[in-house]
Design a protein around this ligand. Sequence first.
Ligand code: SF4
Ligand code: SF4
Length: 152
Amino acid sequence: MGQDDDLENQLRICTLECSARCCRYVTTSIEPPRATVDWDEIRWWLAHEGAMVTKDEDGWLLHVQTRCRHLLADNTCGIYDTRMMACEAHDAEACEFTGDLDYQVLLRSEADLADHLERRGLKRGAEVAKQIRKTARSRHNRPGGTASPPSE
Ligand code: SF4
Ligand code: SF4
C-alpha cells in the first residue's frame, strides 16, 4: 500500500469508524493524589458530567469531554495545517480507538472513586469515600431519588 493509500485509509478510520473521538475531549496531567484534599478535588471533578480521571504508566490525567470548535461536521479538522502541537503529536496508530489503552485506574464517577478508595483501603481517602456514600444514600432517599436540577 502506498503512502497516499495509507493516508486515505487513516482518514476513513478517523472520520467514519472512530468519528474523531480524540477531538472531543481535553486532558491535563495532574499530580498523583496523596492527601485527603487531593481525593476530594478528584471527587469534585467527577461530580461533573463528562469528567474522567485515569492513571496509566505515564501518570494521572484529568479528561473532560468537550468538542473542539475546529472539528467539522464530516469529522475532519478545519485547521489541519495550523493545528496545535498536541494534535500533530497524537499517534493515530496507538490512540484511544486503535490502541490498547491500559489504565491502572479509571474513574468515571464519584461511585468509581469511592470503590477505588475502599478497595485500596486508602486512609487519606476514607473520609471522601464516606461522604460519597452518604451523598448517594441521601439522594436515594430523597423524593424522586435524584438530585435537584442546578439552580438558575
Ligand atoms: S487518531 Fe485515533 S482517536 Fe483520533 S480520530 Fe483517529 S482513530 Fe480516532
Ligand atoms: S484542532 Fe483539529 S485535530 Fe486538533 S482537536 Fe481540533 S479538530 Fe481535532
